[in-house]
Design a protein around this ligand. Structure first.
Ligand code: SF4
Ligand code: FES
Length: 266
């Protein structure tokens, strides 16, 4: 049976022009490999494609040519999971604001552009392969205190039985929007994780349910952050600008207050 193949990439749906680009991508075989930038020309990119879809097109081409596809992290592709983690033209998650790499569209670029694509770089985020970095340091910080203990056997207390004022609930909700992507670390000249850790501390510190373990939480999470090799915060504010979830610097101020109070108790 004859099957016609149709290349959607080269089809102009709404008189939208496809783009030709030059990609300069960090390739690194493994953690030990020195790595380097490799140039790839790419054609037929639609403005409405997401950045990751553009990389899918490149990888299809590489596979068809018998070459190794570019390794990059992704999962939900809708700004929820925090897996995508590219440094694009020198910016974490690329040139748009308030979006993750998977939500970045190719209309942010123009025909003929050269795009540099690198992994999130930090001592505490070692490169595993190509654009994939190991962010398990964030998991270990979470394990050190980013939780509350609730007895779920027998009659669990309905959350609504504990009153929380609207202002605190909203602030806690804003802090809980952090998806743990690591853009704040990759952006910071000191590779500081303060915005991430402060969001995780704040989301509990603002709620009555988080008060029980508050002292241990902030001490343990900050201790783990230091053990992982993240740098210090010097208040440049770059993290807040590049954060796709709009996590505010006020969380860092809150965490510092929590840390001081916890240290004095100890
Ligand atoms: S604070 Fe923002 S940039 Fe940092 S991990 Fe959370 S969502 Fe990502
Ligand atoms: S792939 Fe889940 S946030 Fe980008």
């Amino acid at each position: 049976m004859c099957q016609a193949t149709f290349d959607f990439r080269l089809y102009d749906f709404q008189t939208k022009k496809v783009m030709k680009l030059t990609l300069k991508i960090w390739r690194q075989k493994n953690a030990q490999d020195k790595g380097g930038i490799v140039e790839y020309p790419i054609d037929g990119i639609e403005p409405d494609m997401s950045f990751l879809e553009m990389l899918d097109v490149l990888n299809e081409d590489l596979i068809n040519k018998g070459e190794e596809p570019v390794a990059f992290d992704h999962d939900c592709r809708e700004g929820i999971c925090g897996m995508c983690s590219l440094f694009i033209n020198g910016e974490a998650h690329g040139p748009d604001r308030g979006v993750t790499t998977c939500q970045l569209h190719m209309r942010m670029f123009k025909d003929g552009d050269t795009i540099f694509i690198e992994p999130f770089r930090a001592k505490a985020f070692p490169v595993i392969k190509d654009l994939v970095v190991d962010r398990s340091s964030f998991d270990r910080i979470q394990h050190a205190g980013g939780f509350i203990s609730v007895n779920t056997s027998g009659n669990t207390i309905d959350a609504n039985t504990i009153p929380v004022n609207k202002h605190d609930a909203d602030k806690s909700f804003d802090a809980a929007a952090c998806i743990g992507c690591g853009a704040c670390v990759a952006t910071c000249k000191n590779s500081s994780a303060m915005l991430f850790v402060s969001a995780k501390v704040s989301q509990y510190a603002l709620l009555p349910q988080g008060k029980v373990e508050a002292t241990d939480r902030v001490l343990n999470m900050v201790h783990q952050m230091d053990l992982e090799g993240f740098g210090n915060c010097t208040n440049t504010g770059a993290c807040e600008i590049e954060c796709p979830k709009g996590i505010s610097l006020e969380n860092i101020a809150r965490m510092n207050r929590e840390y001081l109070a916890a240290s004095l108790k100890g």
